[in-house]
Design a protein around this ligand. Structure first.
Ligand code: SF4
Length: 391
């Protein structure tokens, strides 16, 4: 674990000052118009903040001194605070980020040969309590605001050297797959993703910004009206009975309704041929059997998608186990034979607990779920695996 060097900028909100970091360009234009300035000032601010990583108005030298002084009086550029970062041998980097209120969320960078993916959190904890998810066991505190969401991208870009070296784009993809259900923090997530896509900010392609949801049906419908980001669906089960157990939200929005909402999301897009990424966490003996692969193939027969299989990452107190390699391959082969593009996610960042489902953070839990879980976990574990102590 590396301490943050002294360029850590986490700071308390300044009373009465607007934080410009989380403002999409339309909001920033409203803000500068309110100061009696021309709309193009918003474009300049976007570039300074999100392309050059500047958080001090005094450095914005293409604006007059009077305007810079005015901005410093009424506004600020305030990211959340990096507490520490952790580097894994495979190049992954995880930041522990403290947000106002004192809780921490985690952001993870996963470099690959031709891209660099940043996994961003949207909430402090999560209300949905999926049974296989480490974050879900932490309970829930609050939504992140837009500045705290885009601030993760800003901090990561600065930490990776993207601002200093404008020629290197380290972050080519962003996935909203960290802590939280993005669609339950709708306005802040849409504002932050708007900034990710904006050519005056990060300029990421809509195909490279992915929102992952457990399937909040009414919000999926709203999303189609205001956003063009790519969509990933956390499915994890081939039928409602099992998904009710793994993803409790399914009891409110069953699979058929969720798949239909995804179809309608794409139908609302100009390039409606894009497909949903279906995420399926494979859990030993729970949802990894050949007949379940065949059932999944039947379920998705008329649903345009690609499938991402994620071998479960065990975490302390978890009652589930990772499936054997052979079971993962067999599951993948059945889907491939049925005509699906099915990839197995390589586990990255294990050494820093940055793999999928391992983002824990430190949540001041308003639901007390964390406490209940910690009390119950040993009992659950021993009752499920009585013959295999220590697994
Ligand atoms: S899997 Fe996603 S939606 Fe489910 S509890 Fe974890 S963070 Fe929340």
């Amino acid at each position: 674990m590396d301490p943050m060097p002294d360029d850590s900028t986490g700071a308390r909100p300044a009373p009465g000052k607007a934080n410009l970091l989380g403002m999409p360009r339309a909001a920033l234009r409203e803000f500068v118009l309110g100061l009696g300035e021309k709309p193009f000032r918003a474009d300049q601010l976007m570039r300074w903040i999100h392309q050059r990583g500047v958080d001090d108005f005094a450095q914005m030298t293409d604006m007059g001194k009077a305007l810079r002084a005015r901005l410093a009086e009424c506004a600020e550029i305030r990211p959340p605070e990096v507490v520490s970062w952790h580097d894994a041998a495979d190049g992954c980097r995880k930041w522990v980020i403290r947000v106002s209120g004192g809780s921490c969320v985690e952001t993870v960078y996963i470099p690959e040969k031709h891209r660099g993916t940043l996994c961003v959190s949207s909430q402090v904890g999560c209300t949905l309590d999926c049974s296989f998810c480490s974050t879900g066991k932490q309970g829930f505190q609050r939504d992140l605001d837009a500045a705290e969401i885009i601030g993760q991208v800003w901090l990561a870009a600065r930490s990776l050297g993207s601002f200093a070296d404008g020629a290197t784009r380290h972050i080519t993809n962003v996935v909203m797959m960290g802590m939280g259900e993005p669609l339950l923090n709708f306005d802040n997530v849409v504002a932050a993703t708007d900034i990710m896509l904006d050519d005056f900010a990060y300029g990421l392609s809509k195909r490279r910004v992915t929102l992952s949801t457990a399937g909040v049906v009414p919000m999926l419908k709203r999303l189609g009206e205001v956003s063009q980001v790519s969509l990933a669906l956390s499915l994890h089960a081939p039928n409602d009975a099992l998904r009710d157990e793994l993803v409790p939200l399914n009891r409110r929005y069953p699979i058929r309704e969720v798949l239909q909402a995804c179809r309608e999301y794409w139908a609302a897009q100009s390039d409606s041929h894009r497909v949903t990424t279906v995420e399926y966490t494979l859990i030993d003996g729970i949802n990894d059997r050949p007949e379940q692969a065949r059932e999944l193939a039947r379920l998705l027969a008329d649903f345009p998608c690609k499938i991402n299989l994620i071998p479960f990452n065990p975490f302390p107190g978890s009652e589930y186990r990772r499936p054997p390699e052979a079971a993962v391959r067999r599951f993948q082969e059945i889907l491939a034979q049925a005509g699906y593009t099915a990839t197995v996610r390589t586990t990255r960042g294990d050494a820093i607990d940055a793999a999928c489902g391992q983002l824990v953070g430190q949540v001041a839990d308003r639901t007390r779920r964390n406490q209940r879980y910690r009390q119950a976990a040993p009992v659950i574990a021993s009752s499920l695996h009585p013959l295999e102590p220590g697994r």
